[in-house]
Design a protein around this ligand. Structure first.
Ligand SMILES: NC(=O)c1ccc[n+]([C@@H]2O[C@H](COP(=O)([O-])OP(=O)(O)OC[C@H]3O[C@@H](n4cnc5c(N)ncnc54)[C@H](O)[C@@H]3O)[C@@H](O)[C@H]2O)c1
Length: 366
């Protein structure tokens, strides 16, 4: 890795700097351990915009960044189809890499990325920032403290509005769009983290689309089983939440609350349960017990967040970005090994294959 011994700050590159790249640049500009930022994108107009908006060096030339020995870390926030080639090139150039989810458009490409990181001994973290969310890390803390017992069942209900317009690359097959890649990978990654056991198999059922111009599916009912006996479900529909235009002066959770959007998990263990509710910014915990009449369940904890904490309590790309910079400087490994992210990726491809074939898909068949 390109890092001189004793460094306390680094230069960071952004490869493929569209909307998500802009968000990461803003996080990096607030990070005291980042001394310089350089961005690359294939579009001339975006490069001009990056220079003008963020006052950073920007280029269309990938080599400008990869050949710069001062750049220790790159964030790959390009469109999905470029994730693999950019990751391999950056790892081979000795850069630490954070690559956005979905890892890649094919499982073979995702495997190649992990193998390259392992062969080069490079740092590769995938962008599952919900593992930094204060809402979802609270569930993990309760599990690690033994308060839920052994997690045996998780259920996710997710209802949202149409997420991008009809022209986006994210809803077209040719450009690697997929609902698991774009959204649902996050929501099967969390149960994997909480249950902590390999997923054995998955079964997905999808009704016909309501959004007529999406090439990708807009609804899923998935069931998946873990090696330790736990089971999870994901119920997702896209078309009910009120169409979201977004008022930049108001926060997103407030704007979508009560308009049909819903995002809840129920996480059940053999000694207690937790419920997360994004749109009421609330998490609850129940404790199970024994009484002469039978089993008891008592609501023992309710935590809430304020709108001022939205950037850390839900999609916490802020803390993820700063943590990765800190890890790279300290010579520490990724928060989650790339091989673990590969298992989530495998589950996503298996869930899509099950929806295609109507069959249960075993993950070890991949
Ligand atoms: N973690 C999350 O919650 C989250 C949220 C949004 C987006 N994302 C991911 O971030 C990535 C970018 O999404 P976005 O919304 O910013 O898309 P976007 O279309 O706004 O930006 C993608 C950029 O990649 C550039 N690009 C395409 N091919 C390239 C290549 N070969 N080399 C360099 N640049 C290239 C495009 O010109 C564009 O500027 C996607 O992988 C997406 O799934 C993750």
């Amino acid at each position: 890795m390109n890092l001189s011994v004793g460094s306390t700050s680094i230069k960071v590159g952004i490869l493929g700097a569209g909307a998500m790249g802009g968000t990461v640049i803003e996080h990096l500009q607030e990070c005291p351990q980042v001394r310089a930022i350089v961005a690359q994108d294939i579009r001339d107009e975006r490069v001009a915009e990056l220079k003008q908006k963020y006052g950073i060096h920007a280029t269309t030339q990938l080599e400008d960044i990869l050949a710069d020995p001062d750049v220790a870390l790159v964030f790959i926030t390009s469109a999905n189809h470029a994730h693999k080639e950019l990751t391999l090139a950056a790892l081979r150039a000795g850069k630490a890499v954070m690559c956005e989810k979905p890892m890649a458009n094919t499982l073979a490409d995702a495997v190649a990325m992990v193998q390259c990181a392992e062969q080069t001994g490079g740092f590769l973290q995938i962008g599952f920032e919900l593992r930094y969310s204060s809402l979802y890390t609270q569930v993990k803390k309760w599990i690690d403290a033994g308060l839920l017992g052994k997690v045996i069942n998780t259920q996710c209900k997710y209802i949202c509005s149409e997420f991008v317009g009809r022209d986006s690359w994210r809803v077209k097959h040719a450009t690697g769009g997929s609902m698991f890649g774009e959204k649902l990978s996050h929501y099967v990654d969390l149960p994997r983290w909480w249950v902590g056991s390999p997923v054995l198999d998955v079964f997905s059922v999808c009704a016909p689309n309501v959004v007529p111009y999406y090439e990708i599916r807009d609804n899923y009912q998935c069931l998946y089983r873990f090696a330790n006996g736990a089971a999870s479900s994901l119920n997702f529909i896209m078309y009910v939440g009120q169409t979201f235009e977004g008022d930049p002066l108001r926060n997103v959770v407030d704007q979508q609350q009560g308009d049909g959007h819903e995002l809840k998990y129920l996480v059940v263990g053999d000694q207690g349960a937790a419920e997360t509710d994004v749109f009421s910014r609330t998490i609850k915990r129940w404790q199970f017990g024994d009484a002469p009449k039978g089993m008891t369940s008592r609501l023992v904890e309710t935590l809430t967040w304020t709108d001022a904490e939205d950037h850390v309590y839900f999609h916490n790309t802020h803390d993820q970005t700063h943590d990765i910079v800190r890890r790279v400087i300290a010579g520490q490994p990724p928060m989650t090994p790339a091989r673990d992210a590969l298992e989530t990726t495998k589950l996503c491809f298996a869930a899509e294959e099950s929806a295609d074939t109507g069959q249960v898909v075993r993950l070890d068949s991949f």
